[in-house]
Design a protein around this ligand. Structure first.
Ligand code: HEM
Ligand code: HEM
Length: 177
């Protein structure tokens, strides 16, 4: 019986982690540059493109997850903690799939041309600016909630490792099975 997540799951987990950090960073840096400047446009384009990669890889993760049995945590968790962790992971999946989808939809209804990876993306023929604004507001709200969610998730992983001293974190790190 496997004691760690599969290599594919471990690589995908940490790759998505790096991409999420970079996607947030593009928005944090954007404010430092003047509107219409090349740097600001580049950061925006990078934000859309990296955000799309997060969406794609989170979906791939769900497929890969279905192919493997999740390795057991040792010592085993009480039932309520197991339920809590399944709930939190489900919320993390939903957030980091929903977030880029909302971003893409807000661009779609914006009524102007936009690109990802320098490729021109489809857009609604008629702009729906109230809907676009709502989607953007929701995207920004969810993005800000995402900071706390990742913080909670990382704190839980560290608590398992240093507090409870179980193998939760080791299961998500590279190494021999
Ligand atoms: C996991 C992926 C993503 C994360 C973590 C993320 C995160 C963020 C953050 C933190 C902000 C700034 C929020 C604020 O100012 O309070 C933002 C804004 C925005 N994001 Fe994303 N985003 C992601 C994906 C996308 C995608 C795929 C698109 C579109 C293709 C997109 C479009 C936008 C737009 C249009 C804004 C508003 C920018 C502005 O008004 O200057 N995002 N996002
Ligand atoms: C310092 C940052 C992070 C640490 C220390 C960390 C650690 C871990 C650990 C130890 C697990 C295994 C938990 C278990 O099986 O009970 C896990 C699972 C998971 N992590 Fe992270 N993680 C971090 C960041 C992230 C980020 C940024 C995302 C996504 C945006 C993420 C998404 C997930 C998901 C969805 C799972 C569930 C995996 C599954 O069972 O399919 N993590 N993480």
């Amino acid at each position: 019986m496997r004691t760690r997540y599969s290599s594919a799951q471990i690589v995908l987990h940490w790759l998505v982690f790096v991409l999420v950090v970079l996607t947030y960073t593009t928005m944090d840096l954007k404010g430092a540059f003047a509107k219409g400047s090349f740097a600001r446009e580049l950061l925006t384009l990078t934000h859309y493109s990296l955000g799309f990669c997060v969406l794609f890889l989170m979906c791939v993760r769900l497929f890969v997850r279905a192919m493997y049995v999740t390795p057991a945590i040792k010592p085993a968790l009480p039932q309520w903690q197991h339920c809590l962790s399944v709930t939190l992971h489900t919320i993390v999946y939903l957030t980091f799939i929903g977030l880029p989808v909302l971003g893409i939809l807000s661009q779609y209804f914006g009524g102007h041309d936009w690109t990802m990876f320098t490729i021109r993306m489809p857009r609604s023929y008629l702009a729906d600016l109230p809907l676009q604004k709502q989607l953007k507001t929701l995207h920004e709200w969810l993005a800000n909630t995402g900071y706390y969610l990742i913080g909670l998730h990382a704190f839980a992983a560290l608590w398992h490792h240093y507090g409870r001293r179980d193998n939760t974190l080791i299961r998500m790190l590279p190494g021999k099975d």
